[in-house]
Design a binder for this molecule. Structure first.
Ligand code: IYR
Length: 222
């Protein structure tokens, strides 16, 4: 068994309570206006900004530090079109055959349907892949732990950093999503977690009226 290689904690900054309070309030004010946006502009976004956001996602904690994620950043028009066509096929089945009425009722306030133009219009689709297990170069398998939790946390970091950069995103999960492995030539240890469309909002973008739960509804202090 390997012995742990431990080094002193560096890069940690302790703030005064006053500063802590101010910073936590500032961050809340920054995150609060974030909205999931469904109408995108086709205005290009610098690739280095996306690279930094993905780097930030890569700083997330993960089970046994296996970092069981892979981000496929799609900007190629033909690939985006292929993804749109395949996703709309699945979505059409979802809305017209598979979705139980209760689910359709829950989605009604969002105004979603099987038409997914954003998959072609948004300058970037970040396809987040979860690696159920690792594959060494010699094809040997390694175990991954808490994959969904790890990839979910990483995706949260990604969404927050995209918002912080002044861009908007849309989490999209056509179901099933296995067509993405084929289109993006991904290995069998990866399964699509979600598609994140990223870009600037369309000039005439609209969002549904939503209410966020209050602190007392989402937290219990014991
Ligand atoms: N995947 C479908 C349906 C959908 C499901 C949920 I849960 C949403 O929050 C939004 C949509 C679609 O993208 O339209």
């Amino acid at each position: 068994m390997k012995r742990p290689k431990l080094i002193p904690l560096s890069g940690y900054t302790k703030f005064s309570v006053t500063d802590m309070r101010r910073r936590s309030q500032q961050f809340l004010s920054q995150m609060r206006p974030r909205r999931t946006v469904r109408q995108f502009s086709d205005q290009p976004v610098p690739r280095d900004v996306i690279e930094n956001c993905v780097r930030t996602a890569g700083t997330a904690p993960s089970g046994a530090n296996m970092q069981p994620w892979h981000f496929v950043v799609v900007s190629d028009r033909a690939v985006k079109r292929e993804i749109r066509e395949a996703a709309e096929l699945e979505e059409s089945r979802f809305y017209h055959e598979l979705a139980p009425p209760e689910w359709l009722d829950a989605l009604a306030p969002l105004g979603t349907d099987e038409d997914k133009p954003f998959l072609e219009i948004a300058p970037y689709l970040i396809v987040i892949m979860a690696q159920s297990y690792g594959l060494r170069e010699n094809d040997e398998k390694t175990k991954h732990y808490y994959v969904a939790e790890s990839v979910g946390i990483s995706t949260g970091f990604l969404i927050a950093s995209i918002h912080n950069a002044g861009l908007v995103s849309l989490t999209h999960t056509p179901s099933p999503m296995d067509f993405l492995n084929k289109i993006l030539c991904r290995p069998p240890n990866e399964r699509p977690f979600l598609i994140l469309a990223v870009g600037y909002p369309a000039e005439d973008a609209v969002v549904p009226v939503i209410r966020r739960k209050q602190l007392q509804e989402i937290a219990t202090f014991v």
